[in-house]
Design a protein around this ligand. Structure first.
Ligand code: CP
Length: 302
């Protein structure tokens, strides 16, 4: 898989996904092999990020690579009116791989068609976030011992949550039962329901999950994506619609783990943090190993 971009999780076969997870397991045991010696990775973040950017940069640094890039479009020549086309053509000349986050859906695919080097989508608007999904799969497999036949509850902003969209597409490969919990305003978009229908997979939609929480293997909480709302009043109506509290976890399965791509706002009360079923900070750590595996895979490095 040399010089291939990763724009959508569906750019990877199931075998390639499992190879990346296995390679990430190796990096968890030894994250400091100098595999990126002499490699320059560009991290272009046109939108804010903590985990994605810093875990990529930690992954690169630990493997001996060099990082160039920007954390804010206002510090780049985009602020002078430069197009994405010209930015990518320029950065293509300075680096071996581009990691890009951008607010516009489809921007990563566009960049991948311009660049000669691999482009990794670090989130394009409300569309996809495939590297988050790979670390989510790593976290699910590590905590459940399998990816097969799990009952996953996805809670919150299913409309704008790009991590949700990529996760659904990925988990559909392992006979997952999906429970989608959202307010009516933030329901899962029709295209993802059609995607699951075409695969013959079961999914259930709810507006509350307190009565069914005992069935969950994974609860994947998500933040309401304030930045995607055009009307702040609409955001205010739904911003605190779900708050997971420790008391709600009393009668849940032993194997249940709580995941969240983070950042969290109010949707997981801090009293959950001490529960052994809370896994979101370990999940974020898994991002380093998984992104090391993604970089090496896309650069054709063993
Ligand atoms: N999960 C995630 O994408 O977090 P950041 O926005 O902090 O990168």
């Amino acid at each position: 898989m040399k010089n291939r971009s990763l724009v959508s999780i569906d750019d990877l076969t199931t075998g390639e996904i499992l190879d990346i997870l296995d390679m990430a397991t190796g990096f968890e045991k030894d994250p400091t092999r100098q595999l990126l010696d002499n490699k320059v990775i560009a991290t272009l973040f046109f939108e804010p990020s903590t985990r994605t950017r810093l875990s990529f940069e930690s992954a690169i640094s630990r493997l001996g690579g060099k990082i160039i890039g920007f954390t804010d479009a206002s510090s780049s020549s985009v602020s002078k009116g430069e197009s994405l086309n010209d930015t990518i053509k320029t950065v293509n000349n300075y680096s071996d791989l581009i990691v890009m986050r951008h607010p516009v859906e489809g921007s990563a695919r566009y960049a991948s068609e311009i660049a000669d080097i691999p482009v990794v989508n670090a989130g394009d608007g409300a569309n996809q976030h495939p590297t988050q999904t790979l670390l989510d799969l790593y976290s699910i497999r590590k905590t459940q011992g399998t990816l097969d036949n799990l009952n996953i509850f996805i809670v919150g902003d299913l409309k704008y949550g790009r991590t949700v969209h990529s996760l659904i597409m990925a988990m559909s490969r392992w006979n997952t039962t999906f429970n989608f919990i959202s307010p009516d305003e933030l329901m899962i978009p029709k295209e993802y329901k059609i995607y699951l229908d075409n695969l013959g997979l079961k999914y259930y939609e709810h507006t509350d999950f307190t009565d069914i929480i005992s069935r969950a293997d994974i609860i994947y909480m998500t933040r309401v994506q304030k930045e995607r709302f055009s009307d702040p009043i609409e955001y205010e109506k739904v911003k605190n619609v779900y708050v997971l509290r420790n008391t709600m976890l009393k009668n849940t399965k032993d194997n249940l783990r709580i995941l969240h791509p983070l950042p969290r706002v109010n949707e997981i009360h801090t009293d959950v943090d001490v529960n052994k079923k809370a896994y979101y900070f370990e999940q974020a750590l898994n991002g380093v190993y998984t992104r090391q595996a993604i970089l090496c895979t896309l650069l054709g490095l063993k």
